[in-house]
Design a protein around this ligand. Structure first.
Ligand SMILES: C[S@@+](CC[C@H](N)C(=O)[O-])C[C@H]1O[C@@H](n2cnc3c(N)ncnc32)[C@H](O)[C@@H]1O
Length: 308
């Protein structure tokens, strides 16, 4: 057991790929040059694996959907904890390697494909039938982190947790509370569907090859109901987007530019005050509840031009 693997709680063995030595050996043996364009930075640290696995709250009657298994570092550990693991990998060159590294794990299956194009609802219902809960667990390719997360959330997939390693800066934005510069439309979109919690900060040194940024593990626990009740979800997100269109502008100026004309915009001031929001505030200071109230008021305002 090397230093990284001490006290992980995971039973790391010789067949596990999550060490720098084993990872480099596998890449060399297979003459594999990793593709930066696919976000191929492979994890080589048992401690980080442990924090990902423990945050996912897996059990033998639960399933794990992994996005981007690489050479199987995380997949192997998922297979030890979950009853079933399905891993979606886009890079065909990795399939024979995964076949080898996952050979001891009968419950792990790899699907070749682009996660953004696959029908994940179908995959979940076909592959995880009868399981008591399903979580997405992944070290995500950084170039498509937000589209992946938004796909998982907007398709309202039947998930318990989404535990992902992502760029630290993006994790900060997802978990941000009102008032700071990280808080924005991504924070609201994520927290509308989930409770977000950063679980670990991960230095770039634990990857092969090293990325240019540090990472964080974030757990998104899916809510049973969205954080706030709104009658028109799409419009709620449109209002949020509009409010952050120009971060330095006031909520009044951003909303006026998007939904009102020169003639109708005086009504916006009264509307904001009517829902307890000072027009001079900036979008980054509004809570999700305030955005929900604002959305309902705009929906009921005849001068609000939604198709502008
Ligand atoms: C950051 S690596 C993680 C690899 C491995 N899970 C680990 O932790 O070492 C991201 C993985 O996602 C794969 N990938 C990139 N784009 C993808 C896509 N659109 N669909 C599925 N997999 C993708 C890459 O080929 C790569 O294996």
């Amino acid at each position: 057991m090397n230093q990284n693997e001490q006290g992980t709680g995971l039973s790391m063995s010789a067949q596990d790929v999550a060490t720098p030595g084993r990872t480099k050996e596998i890449l060399k043996k297979n003459h594999l040059v990793l593709k930066k364009s696919l976000g191929q930075n492979f994890l080589t640290d048992g401690n980080v694996l442990r924090s990902i696995i423990s945050a996912a709250e897996l059990a033998p009657d639960k399933g794990a959907l992994e996005i981007g298994p690489g050479i199987g570092a995380l997949t192997q550990q998922l297979a030890k904890e979950a009853g079933r693991v399905v891993a979606v990998e886009i890079d065909r060159r990795l399939l024979p390697i995964l076949e080898e590294t996952l050979a001891p794990y009968e419950t792990a299956e790899v699907i070749h494909g682009d996660v953004l194009k696959l029908d994940l609802r179908d995959i979940i219902s076909e592959k995880f039938a009868g399981m008591s809960g399903i979580s997405v667990v992944a070290n995500l390719p950084y170039y498509i982190t937000t589209p992946i997360i938004m796909k998982l959330l907007e398709e309202k997939l039947p998930l318990e947790n989404i535990v992902v390693m992502i760029q630290k800066e993006v994790a900060d934005r997802m978990a941000a509370k009102p008032g700071g510069k990280e808080y924005g439309s991504l924070s609201i979109a994520v927290q509308y569907y989930c409770e977000a919690q950063q679980v670990a900060i991960v230095p770039r040194t634990v990857f092969v090859p090293q990325p240019n940024v540090d990472s964080a593990v974030i757990r998104l626990r899916l809510r049973k109901e969205p954080a706030v009740a709104v009658t028109d979800e799409a419009f709620f997100f449109e209002v949020v987007q509009a409010s952050f269109a120009q971060r330095r502008k006031t909520i009044y100026n951003n909303l006026a530019a998007r939904f009102f004309t020169k003639e109708t915009k005086p009504e916006l001031e009264a509307l904001l005050l009517g829902v307890g929001i000072e027009p001079i505030r900036r979008g980054e200071t509004l809570s999700m509840e305030e955005y929900a109230r604002l959305t309902e008021a705009l929906l009921n305002c005849p001068s609000c031009n939604r198709s502008k």
